[in-house]
Design a protein around this ligand. Structure first.
Ligand SMILES: [Zn+2]
Length: 236
């Protein structure tokens, strides 16, 4: 199984690995990888795999049968190859900033308005969030985003830790999410924003809220009676 290096260190950009399997010449399984596979509203990483000075561009990464599968742009890599891997860091870092912003927004919407997030999709130039909220008004939304932006100016650490299934089940909010995940998971990864928010999550995040920037809503839409869709950007 691939060791997912991004789980404990979102800032790892370059590492060495061994090719342990290849499918159809272009789908590479490594013994360890910091390439994030598409999931949880966060797109996959891109970057390069290097072998003896030859570059293989990583064009798509996804989880497949529990493994992280890296699609490269050409054939040539072989089982047993020792390779150097490097992320397209600029791309990844934007996703980290957006993903942490999503957690903060969802925390505020839930705490202030009881609104639950029903979907989200991070992109390089914007992020979409869908949520269900009663008594919605643009003024309320603006107030929540202003509150988020005030918090984002503070020096607040974002940390990762792990909880056992038993401990997750003691927390109502976490237990609700854990019930929807495979029952054989015994160890849950938790992303914690200071004393503000804790969520079960597999994504990559910045290590301090100050790195996110400021949120600006660029578009909102109605998606049924209580369902809203917002698009936002983050600016440094
Ligand atoms: Zn998340």
């Amino acid at each position: 199984m691939t060791e997912p290096l991004y789980m404990d260190d979102s800032y790892l950009k370059k590492w060495t690995a061994e090719v342990i399997r290849i499918s159809n010449g272009k789908y590479i399984i490594l013994n360890k990888s910091a390439f994030y596979p598409t999931g949880g509203g966060q797109p996959c990483d891109e970057g390069i795999i290097k072998k003896n000075g030859k570059l293989y561009k990583v064009v798509y990464v996804r989880k497949f049968s529990g493994e992280i599968s890296h699609e490269v742009d050409k054939i040539g890599l072989k089982k047993g190859d020792q390779v150097v891997c490097e992320l397209d860091w600029e791309r990844r870092y934007i996703y980290m900033r957006y993903h942490t912003a999503c957690h903060l927004i969802s925390n505020i919407l839930y705490k202030k308005a009881g609104a639950k997030i029903t979907g989200n999709q991070i992109e390089l130039d914007k992020t979409r969030m869908d949520f269900a909220m009663k008594d919605y008004s643009p003024e309320k939304l603006n107030a929540y985003i202003n509150e988020a932006n005030k918090i984002l100016q503070k020096d607040i650490p974002v940390t990762i830790y792990y909880l056992s299934r038993g401990d997750v089940m003691k927390n109502d909010d976490m237990a609700r999410l854990a019930k929807g995940l495979p029952q054989d998971i015994q160890k849950f990864r938790i992303v914690k924003i200071g004393d503000i928010d804790e969520q079960i999550d597999g994504g990559t995040h910045v290590k301090n809220l100050k790195e996110v920037g400021q949120i600006e809503i660029i578009k909102t839409a109605n998606k049924g009676k209580n369902n809203r869709r917002i698009y936002f950007v983050i600016k440094k």
